[in-house]
Design a protein around this ligand. Structure first.
Ligand code: ZN
Length: 123
């Protein structure tokens, strides 16, 4: 038995990858120190079940100076677990659960389970 689990073992299998969150979504943080914050999703890591959200979970990184960038303390958003996030519905002005719907033209869209409004990532 290893004393600690490697990062690899926390990854889930590809067929289990289900993500209610997508890049450029507006999301609400529902747990943790940034609870209540609303931000835009910058990046999603489906296999890690994590996402980077603008202005949420800011960490300070101490950077060593390189020829390309100066050293010092850099603040940047760190990945947050997607279970702490909910998609923000502009109509309900709150975090909502997401359903899926197929439109008459055959395209699949995500909808708000509360009000039925179509939620699509902004282009
Ligand atoms: Zn809604």
């Amino acid at each position: 038995m290893p004393l600690f689990r490697s990062k690899q073992r926390r990854d889930i299998k590809p067929h289990q990858v289900k993500c209610h969150i997508r890049k450029d979504d507006q999301v609400v943080v529902i747990a943790g120190k940034d609870k209540g914050k609303i931000g835009r999703v910058l990046q999603v890591f489906p296999r890690r079940q994590r996402a980077i959200v603008e202005g949420v979970n800011i960490v300070k990184r101490h950077m060593r100076p390189t020829p390309y960038a100066e050293g010092g303390i850099v603040e940047k958003p760190a990945p947050i677990h997607i279970s702490n996030l909910m998609v923000f519905c502009p109509k309900c002005t709150r975090g909502v659960r997401i359903g899926r719907k197929i439109l008459e033209d055959g395209s699949k869209v995500r909808v708000c389970k509360r009000c039925g409004e179509i939620i699509e990532a902004k282009e």
